[in-house]
Design a protein. Sequence first.
Length: 299
Amino acid sequence: MNRRDFLKKTALAGAGLALPGSLTFVECLRAAQWPDLAVVRGVSPGDITREAVGILGGMGRFVSRGDVVVVKPNIGWDRPPDMAANTNPEVVAAVVRMCLDAGARRVKVFDHTVNDPRRCYRQSGIGAAARRAGAEVSYINKRRFVPVKIDGITLKEWPLYRDILEADSIINVPVAKTHGTSRLTMGMKNLMGVMGGWRFRIHQRIDESLVDIAGAIRPSLTLIDAVRIIVSNGPQGGRPGDVKRLDTVIAGADQVAVDAYGATLFGLTGRDLGYVRLGHETGLGNMDLSRLAIRDIRL
């Protein structure tokens, strides 16, 4: 349990106090009823995103007044939204608005793209949608990568983006897709978008590397966009037949659990993904869905 959760769920509940930016006594009592995962299905990407976060206690559980927040979608590919190579722009916009409504001072949106960043931000629809929602949208500035000691399983040091390191809260918003190396790309894999250096190197030990990076960054909240998913020829697809529409969003504070549930969308389990299994074994999170409280609803 991190310091913020300790203060909210323990000290305040015991004292029955309410401090600015914290939960009230009644809310603390309700906190024990929050599920581990929220799975929401419906035709409106924005509505199901807001509902999923609401089920978990609302964005105020993850963002405090005055916070600088990074919302990290996948914007890696020069593809339109219906090709599902990038996070759905309506999902991103809904997350940005919720952060600002929760009192965030600034919300930043960026990604270290694979294709030309200007085309990716424009074609994905994320650049315009995030700006309209009130986010500060920027391209990656390579001078802002700084070396970070990780001391992980395989990565001991790696350059990470300064804006991630300085953020008060990180909201990870990947899209669910197949991937040739990691089998699937969802929450933990999406964090490669804040890495500098020669990223191809981590594919040599992809599972260990993803766990190392996820452990170093630790998002406050992970939301998987499964409005549309790529079921073949991922991670960028390119044909309508590569895409399956599910109209679903999965949300949780445990990134291992979120990815484990995401695997089920493809007929897999968390154990089928090396990085999820390793994240579970090292204590980064819990992939055992049978031991989690999951609320699954349709709007």
